[in-house]
Design a protein around this ligand. Structure first.
Ligand code: PLP
Length: 427
């Protein structure tokens, strides 16, 4: 079937909730894709960050094939080995946490919202503060934490108890905390809204406020997790912060004395530890794997029956996730993301004057890059680049996003950037 025949039939059979590009993708290898008419594309967006190891990575193919021939699915009333391998890898790479598996980023955030609420239920606290322009998913709870009208319009009333403050504004965050607040949720870098970077003191400042007010700090790593930003997780970038102080943790039985207030902002270098991180996208390498990963004191509030997900932690998907993390470590891919990201930025900065004049600012870390354009509506760039054989994304109409697989060969990435340069000139 040709691209066009397929597209016509798709329109008669599917809910049309996605903006579509005119290509039917039929094969992928590494960071190259082919459509039904045989046209080849360089993939610099990796399926919204999902295919972090590209297509047909031998380790993923082997892990999934092995698992398909072993045990396919099992109810979560049983123990299965791939879940354990994935959870233990997360413990090694993130912090001493406990994993709850689901299928998507939104579901991971739903679980985090519910865990934050149940852990504060005894004290009657339920409000969750999120950041303006943040994005946490399309389910009603996650959407309620996504305070952008364009996403929320038409779905009111949303879940009550959500409050929003501007990203990077610690004073506004502190002012929004009241006796009913139980949690704060933020991305380490805002992805969907155009690669908005955190100020150096932002995550440590959120951590300090959460400690001071005994709130659950939820860091949404759905975009930033699994090496994309040059560290395994976005919260692990060094931040300016005061030396650590004793942490307060709510416990299922009994209260904890509040920690001493500590100043927000500048000081020595260290990485903070969230109470919960949420993962999706890249965790399954393109298969549906979501995870809420919570410090043990928080995780203990979920007891048998409080939350669940029938196919969450499915053995095939969990085996894929475990293989993704093995490859990530073995091939030191976070460091590669940092190195290649720097080369990509250097190449963009060397674009010819006709292309460079279209660029306002380059933002991001590792292989999570945003190029803000001068032109307010640059959406035409996407089909234009696609016609030339390059897959990229434009968000908020004028921020080009590049998020290739961490395994993309350097020469292929540079060929992709040549196409981007030509497309910018044509814009
Ligand atoms: N959180 C963040 C930061 C995201 O960028 C997204 C999706 O783009 C989500 C959550 C929702 O993930 P999913 O589409 O897998 O539900």
């Amino acid at each position: 079937m040709s691209n066009q025949e397929f597209i016509d039939r798709h329109h008669a059979a599917m809910v049309l909730n996605y903006g579509k590009l005119p290509a039917v993708l039929v094969r992928g290898e590494g960071s190259r894709l082919w459509d039904a008419d045989g046209k080849e594309y360089i993939d610099m967006f990796a399926g919204f960050g999902g295919t972090i190891l590209g297509h047909q990575h031998p380790a993923l193919v082997a892990a999934v094939t092995r698992q398909v021939g072993t045990i396919w699915a099992a109810g979560n009333q049983f123990y299965t080995e791939p879940q354990l391998r994935l959870a233990e890898s997360l413990q090694r790479l993130a912090f001493d946490g406990r994993a709850f598996f689901c299928h998507s980023g939104a579901e991971a955030n739903e679980a985090a919202i519910k865990l934050a609420r149940i852990s504060a239920a005894e004290s009657g606290r339920f409000k969750i503060i999120s950041m303006r322009e943040g994005f946490h998913g399309r389910t009603l709870g996650a959407l309620s934490a996504t305070p952008t009208l364009a996403y929320q319009q038409g779905f009111f009333p949303l879940v009550p108890g959500f409050v929003s403050v501007p990203f990077n504004d610690l004073a506004a965050l502190e002012a929004a905390i009241d006796a009913e607040t139980c949690a704060v949720i933020t991305e380490p870098i805002q992805g969907e809204s155009g690669i908005n970077m955190p100020a150096d003191n932002f995550l440590p400042g959120v951590r300090a406020l959460c400690d001071r007010h005994k709130l659950t700090m939820i860091v949404d790593e759905v975009w930033t997790g699994i090496g994309r930003t040059g560290k395994t997780f976005g919260f692990q970038h060094d931040c300016a912060t005061p030396p650590s102080e004793p942490r307060s943790e709510p416990r299922p039985s009994g209260s904890v004395s509040p920690s001493e207030p500590r100043p927000l902002g500048s000081g020595s270098q260290y990485s903070i530890t969230p109470d919960i991180i949420t993962l999706g996208k890249a965790l399954g390498g393109g298969l549906p794997v979501g995870c809420m990963f919570a410090r043990p004191e928080r995780a203990a509030f979920f007891k048998p029956g409080t939350h669940g997900c029938t196919l969450g932690g499915n053995p095939i998907c969990a085996a894929a996730g475990a293989a993704v993390l093995e490859v990530l470590e073995e091939e030191n891919l976070p460091a590669r993301a940092a190195m290649l990201g720097a080369k990509i930025v250097a190449r963009i900065r060397a674009f010819n004057p006709a292309a460079a004049s279209k660029i306002k600012e380059i933002r991001g870390r590792g292989l999570m890059l945003g190029i803000e354009l001068v032109q307010p509506d640059a959406t035409a760039l996407v089909p234009n680049a696609l016609a030339k054989g390059l897959i990229l994304n434009v968000t908020h109409k004028h921020v080009v996003r590049l998020a290739p697989a961490l395994t993309i060969p350097e020469d292929l990435a540079m060929r992709g950037l040549d196409i981007l340069e030509q497309s910018l000139v044509a814009l």
